[in-house]
Write a protein that binds this ligand. Sequence first.
Ligand code: AHM
Ligand code: MG
Length: 328
Amino acid sequence: MSIGMTLTKFLLEEQRRHPGSTGNFTAIFSDLVTAAKVISREVRRAGLIDILGASGNSNIHGEEVQKLDELANETIIRAMEHGGHLSAMASEEMDDIIHVDGKYPRGCYLLLFDPLDGSSNIDVNVSVGTIFSILRCQDGKVTTADFLKPGVEQVSAGYILYGSSTMMVYTTGHGVHGFTLDPSVGEFLLSHPDIRIPEKGKIFSINEGNSKHWLPGTGAYVEKLKSDGKDYTARYVGSLVSDFHRNLLKGGIFLYPADKKSRNGKLRLLYEANPLSFIVEQAGGRSSNGVERIMEIRPGELHQRTPLIIGSKADVEEAESFWKAHIA
Ligand code: AHM
Ligand code: MG
């Protein structure tokens, strides 16, 4: 029986279709896949780890029980540092960048990641995910400044969603493709080739608990959606990857805007907003901070936050028109 198109086969074919490709991505993705499978296994056992850890903070192997987000962080670093294709990494969980060169052979790429996005959902069995972004780097010692590139310079981006099934969705700038982990064979199989986000959706995703802090543009836009002749429906998981993935497939808009309390929004530019923006644009959608394309923002710091309005092109354009009207 054929097992279908695996991620590795697909990457090799993509590499052959684009002469000049070095094969580095195939290797980088192979390490990412290993990390994803380990994290997926741990997420699936999350409730059990708690039970096993309750007796003395160590699991049946005598290892210290780690919080899942720390475990995901460690898993990615350990899986990626040996490969020889990276120079350094940056993680939401670490203040500073993580150097690879010096310890292992050095490559010409940088990896940025949010190891387990949706932290507040980890303990309650709600879908969480890993988000990643890949940049090219120059020769010489890597510093934080090398990571401070606008999103348009990303060479690849993606996420792994630990949902009712585990999925990897990625782009290398040639469309967006989704793979589902088949646990029986341990492979990611092509399940969603060439994903296109509908031009306009019916879903809006925003934390309405923040409405007392909203700026006028946000309030006016949300009111417009609720009173629109076309029926919108509200969906908000509270895990960016999950909310984004649903809207990517069904069409819709996700907003975590600037408000009176958080002038820069909540989400991080380099390893949350930029990778999802690369994906949404490759799928035909749009992403903005309200007034500016996310992928053109010049970052000033590694853990910089940004307002994020992302999803179906027509919906994001309409939201932007409300921001612009209220700023003018
Ligand atoms: P995290 O990276 O610490 O998990 O925080 C980011 C998360 C996103 O996944 C989600 O979209 C957002 O925070 C939800 O925030 P809020 O609970 O304020 O609505
Ligand atoms: Mg996050």
